[in-house]
Ligand binder design. Sequence first.
Ligand code: NAP
Ligand code: GCO
Length: 258
Amino acid sequence: MSFLNNFSLEGKIALVTGASYGIGFAIASAYAEAGATIVFNDIKQELVDKGLAAYAEKGIKAHGYVCDVTNEEQVNELVKKVEEEVGVIDILVNNAGIIKRIPMCDMSAAEFRQVIDVDLNAPFIVSKAVIPSMIKKGHGKIINICSMMSELGRETVSAYAAAKGGLKMLTKNIQCNGIGPGYIATPQTAPLREIQPDGSRHPFDQFIIAKTPAARWGNAEDLQGPAVFLASDASNFVNGHVLYVDGGILAYIGKQPQ
Ligand code: NAP
Ligand code: GCO
């Protein structure tokens, strides 16, 4: 049997949270191409419907559910429904996430808690809901979508960095790994790439291009290969690892002054 069969997700059921669009949608689409059945959730029915249509456009018959990942009751209900209607979840990607770009001294405790709730507490809640059936089945894979901010801070993302740093440590588990995307062009980073009134690129956009050895923003498709690897048998001996997919930013101290 070819070694490449280890990368197949044939016959697997994958739950990707918050995957109506963005990184989650790209990862779920790659999983479908690798043979998995796709299950995803979003907070609003209209977004679930939009997501179902987007998957259908790619020839993917996904299963979409409304569920707020911070709500333990809704999460337990989601997992129960998926197990009844689709089957036991083999692969969980904790992708759903938010960011609030507010300097720490201007951020309220409630805003801080909201980011921690979605980006750290929710991966714990969803993982806890799917693990029992994985244990019963004798296998399962969990992939946490961390961030470069699992390693670095920045003036306006202290809550997000705290959450993603915690998520990196929650990833230190068996058959659990993480992906740390760099700066990826999705709705979440759209404000950082807005064209300025004078038609110039956003200063942060220029900063990231200069800082990234690959000299570009990442796109969600850059994460598909790493995500399939971590969800497949090809990574069965890999545990607790965060795979950074960042165009080289974390590996590079910066251009030396001429
Ligand atoms: P995005 O475009 O903002 O999409 C986030 C998704 O999560 C949306 O579908 C959103 O649904 C959903 N979501 C948010 N809160 C939720 C909740 N409580 N329950 C259920 N779904 C919820 O973000 P993205 O750029 O695709 O990022 C996806 C993941 O990658 C996040 O964890 C993010 O932190 C991480 N990440 C992103 C980047 C980047 O540069 N883009 C880099 C590193 C890591 P709604 O639209 O209904 O809110
Ligand atoms: C920001 C960005 C980053 C990216 C990503 C980097 O405001 O700095 O949103 O946080 O989303 O997490 O890995």
